[in-house]
Design a protein around this ligand. Structure first.
Ligand SMILES: Cc1ncc(COP(=O)(O)O)c(C=O)c1O
Length: 463
């Protein structure tokens, strides 16, 4: 979002409370391929299509609001990540971004592994046939039951997040007569978001075991002593929506330093490191994400250099992108219900969903873009705020964006790049029915997660 002079002139510029806004130079009818999934286009009628199907037909068949997931794009992104990291590294898709059984099958077919962080995600993965050895199990407070299920299933790794958990997993594995492969999640004193990272001495957060004060070294000491555990490596995750590799550089250096300390103290070279996820995507035209091959090259070089300097054999690297795979592959389709111009401020465009299908704007002040998709328009750009239908004034989907001034009730508008952390964080606030996820591929659309019904809500309410 750029802020300078509003197109409507001084009348608006005088009173806009949060800065001034420049109408985009680009034609509002043009869809920026950076923020839309790869098979999105406009047909000869001006209607936006995905996988060759018009949004008018999709709205007719599946209703609104709804998430439309471009399966072709999702699979292509999986392949790009797998190819970029190659045979000597592992890519784990972070299921928290969005998980369903169809997604698990696509991941399996495209050669990716899966990171889950709850019993529910693990059950989804196993029920869709993901081989257990390709699953990593995360979480800062896994229940005894979750640990037992994961060990019994034979997950490829459990990422240990606390001293208590080291003992719990070891005990469970031993009681089942197993030796569980584990990594220890460390906090490296780096926090990274978008173009900035902050290196701190101590970590003030719930995840991981701090490198600072020798806690992580102590965790390694304890894990190495327990028969139920096979310690295979160290894990670090530093933030989200990151474009700059500088934070990863500091994180890798600190993790490698720990590997060197472990070698010196125990005579053991741990064979794996995981650098987590957090890689950024384009939510608006101003975001410039890196391609998977650039990320793979940069991370490979950092780790190889740091290990070389420490005299260590380079460990096997793994990463856990969630947003960077699924985020750009979906858009949310809404129907406009009301249009309310506020003189001198902006126009509120209300849609039939809101914070229950996209909490990120309210929660993180996330930025999104939006387009009129049921037709083209030559009307002037109008500073708009896309809001939902919930009883909450913070119920904003797109804070500030330009829509054509003739946008009207009945129009379809769509918010791109909603594949990650929208359906997975959706709620029933105001007893909203969570929207369906519809996968679209080569002219075919099918529901992969169905729309909730009032019967679904009432079934849980046992009276
Ligand atoms: C341990 C871990 N791995 C991976 C991810 C995925 O992050 P992203 O979707 O930003 O790539 C997260 C996100 O919170 C995480 O905590």
């Amino acid at each position: 979002m750029s802020r300078s002079a509003h197109p409507a002139g001084p009348r608006h510029a005088d009173v806009l409370p949060e800065g001034h806004y420049t109408a985009p130079a680009a034609d509002l009818n043009v869809l920026d391929p950076k923020v839309w999934s790869r098979t999105v286009d406009r047909d000869e009628r001006g209607v936006v299509t995905v996988g060759g199907i018009g949004v008018d037909a999709l709205a007719e068949e599946f209703g609104t609001p709804a998430y439309f997931l471009d399966e072709t794009d999702f699979r292509a992104r999986c392949r790009a990540w797998a190819e970029a990291f190659g045979k000597d590294a592992d890519v784990f898709y972070a299921g928290k971004a969005f998980l369903s059984r169809a997604v698990v099958r696509w991941l399996k077919e495209e050669g990716l592994n899966l990171d889950v962080c709850s019993g529910g995600e693990l059950a989804t993965a196993l029920s869709a046939g993901m081989p257990a050895e390709r699953i990593a199990f995360h979480g800062n407070n896994k229940s005894e039951e979750e640990i037992r299920t994961a060990v019994e299933a034979g997950v490829g790794r459990i990422v240990l997040d606390s001293f208590q958990e080291i003992v719990r997993v070891a005990h469970t594995a031993q009681s089942l007569g197993k030796r569980q492969r584990v990594q220890i999640r460390v906090t490296v004193g780096v926090e990274a978001h978008t173009h900035e990272f902050i290196a701190t001495a101590h970590e003030d957060q719930k995840f991981g075991i701090a490198l600072a004060g020798g806690q992580a070294a102590e965790a390694v000491r304890r894990a190495l002593k327990l028969d139920g555990l096979e310690l295979i490596g160290i894990h670090s995750h530093i933030g989200s929506q990151i474009f700059d590799m500088a934070g990863f550089e500091v994180s890798a250096r600190r993790v490698v330093q720990l590997l060197a300390e472990v070698r010196d103290e125990h005579g053991v070279e741990l064979p794996e490191i995981d650098l987590g996820g957090g890689l950024g995507i384009a939510y608006t035209s101003e975001d410039d994400p890196r391609e998977p091959h650039e990320i793979a090259k940069a991370l490979g070089e950092i780790v190889t250099r740091e290990c070389g300097a420490a005299g260590l054999t380079t460990p096997r690297i793994s990463v856990e992108p969630g947003r960077a795979i699924v985020g750009p592959t979906a858009f949310t389709l809404y129907r406009v219900g009301t249009v309310k111009p506020l003189e001198g401020l902006r126009t509120y465009v209300s849609v039939d969903g809101g914070m229950s299908d996209n909490i990120r704007t309210a929660l993180y002040d996330a930025e999104y873009s939006v387009s009129l998709v049921s037709r083209t328009s030559d009307a002037a750009p109008m500073l708009s705020r896309v809001v939902g239908k919930h009883c909450e004034s913070g119920d904003i989907v797109v804070r500030d964006a330009f829509l054509p001034a003739d946008v009207a009730p009945g129009d379809l508008i769509a918010v791109p790049a909603t594949g990650a952390y929208c359906r997975s964080m959706a709620s029933n606030y105001n007893h909203a029915l969570r929207p369906p996820v519809v996968a679209v591929r080569e002219g075919e659309a099918r529901v992969i997660v169905r729309r909730e019904t009032e019967e679904d809500l009432l079934r849980l309410d046992v009276g």
